[in-house]
Design a protein around this ligand. Structure first.
Ligand code: FAD
Length: 357
């Protein structure tokens, strides 16, 4: 919910003064640290890196929020928040927070926000983060910019959250002017991972949940692992090889998979291949798929539509193979090969197989 300023008499300057007075008690930048089954999602640290820059621009503290049961994993996560830049860590430890459930997590986070009043609250755009951010923003009746690709502090000190719109053909920048906190979610790998400083420490602030199991409608009966399902780790892979419609037929996806396997990387596809049922959705790269930031990205037979490019342009080295020398993918590629991918992919795989142990 982004909102337009309600312009009072006296114009823009008067309106800004009114808003500043209204929000004078809201300070600091918060990042929700997502822990699921004992593991911190790396997007939390990516957001800490971004949050640090915002906090420094505003001259305020960067604060982490850790919710979970009292375990060694939670304790380790708290220490790590300082390594990744937090000055203060707000902690709510309760057995009811062991498995993610919307009600207790929303209660814990909204309770903390009501009490300590942050001006900015960031969450990862993961399944858990999206679920939580939506309900927290609704409970707090504030604005939330989902899937932001850029965050910065505007001249009027509000958060300027940019995200793609109209199917990725336009970027819009959203300000939440009339409500606090200003909330945004960011997808994994959109922001760079900061270097941890293991010498840093900070302050801890404890908060109690104030809920009983009987207050929670959702019950976790069993956790069913999806370990049997082949899982893509595209977002955090060092090497990604992807194929597009230039592969021509589903059987040729095996050429992409073989090269990825030989170089120890992950494989992915452009969206039409998912739509045609050639590959599962978790393999799709791009705006409506996964954002990747590998050290090496090889795009074979992919035209380079904007919706694909936004998901790959954070890669260190992009190698594009395309028969069309004018393909848009060459605009972002560091190395372009104008050739038939059906010939180049197996040749590369054979060459690497000979040279790699
Ligand atoms: P094409 O555009 O058909 O391009 C095929 C390319 O292969 C061409 O450049 C051609 O020159 C080349 N080629 C042909 N034969 C060969 C060969 N033998 N060897 C080498 N090259 C060859 N797309 C995504 O990928 N990810 C997304 O997340 C995504 N989200 C979208 C969201 C929305 C709202 C919309 C509207 C679209 C989205 N798209 C997304 C689709 C996107 O706009 C493009 O349609 C899509 O990326 C095109 O896929 P492609 O490059 O594989 O196919």
């Amino acid at each position: 919910m982004a909102d337009a300023p309600q312009q009072p008499a006296g114009g823009r300057a008067a309106m800004q003064m009114q808003l500043a007075a209204k929000f004078k008690d809201y300070r600091h930048v918060w990042v929700f640290v997502e822990i699921e089954r004992g593991c911190v999602h790396p997007v939390s640290w990516e957001l800490m890196g971004e949050g640090r820059k915002l906090a420094d621009d505003l001259g305020v503290d960067l604060c982490a929020v850790v919710l979970g049961p009292r375990t060694d994993d939670t304790k380790a996560a708290i220490s790590q928040t300082y390594h990744y830049g937090a000055d203060i860590c707000y902690i709510c430890e309760d057995p009811l927070l062991a498995d993610y459930r919307n009600e207790p997590y929303t209660r814990a986070l909204t309770g903390l926000v009501d009490k300590y009043q942050p001006e900015i609250l960031l969450l990862g755009a993961t399944p858990l983060g999206r679920d939580l951010a939506g309900s927290v923003a609704t409970m707090l009746q504030t604005g939330l910019t989902a899937d932001s690709t850029e965050l910065r502090i505007a001249d009027d000190k509000s958060l300027a959250a940019t995200r793609p719109t109209f199917g990725g053909t336009l970027l819009c920048t959203i300000h939440t002017l009339n409500h606090r906190p200003q909330m945004a979610t960011v997808r994994p790998r959109v922001m760079a991972m900061p270097e941890p400083d293991r010498s840093r420490t900070g302050r801890m602030v404890w908060h109690s949940l104030g809920m009983a199991e009987g207050d929670i409608v959702t019950k976790v009966l069993e956790f069913v692992s999806d370990a049997r399902i082949e899982k893509a780790n595209l977002a955090y892979a060092d090497i990604v090889v992807a194929g597009g419609m230039g592969l021509r037929q589903p059987g040729n996806l095996a050429l992409v998979q073989r090269l990825a396997e030989v170089v120890g990387g992950e494989w992915g596809v452009s969206r039409p291949l998912v739509q045609k049922g050639w590959a599962p959705a978790e393999r799709q790269i791009g705006q409506t798929g996964t954002t990747i930031r590998p050290r090496l990205y090889i795009a074979a037979g992919i035209s380079g539509a904007i919706q694909h490019r936004v998901g790959v342009e954070g890669s260190d080295l992009i190698v594009a193979i395309n028969t069309d020398p004018d393909a848009r993918i060459f605009d972002v590629a560091h190395l372009g090969v104008v050739a038939d991918a059906l010939t180049i992919l197996p040749a590369l795989a054979d060459a690497f197989a000979r040279r790699l142990p």
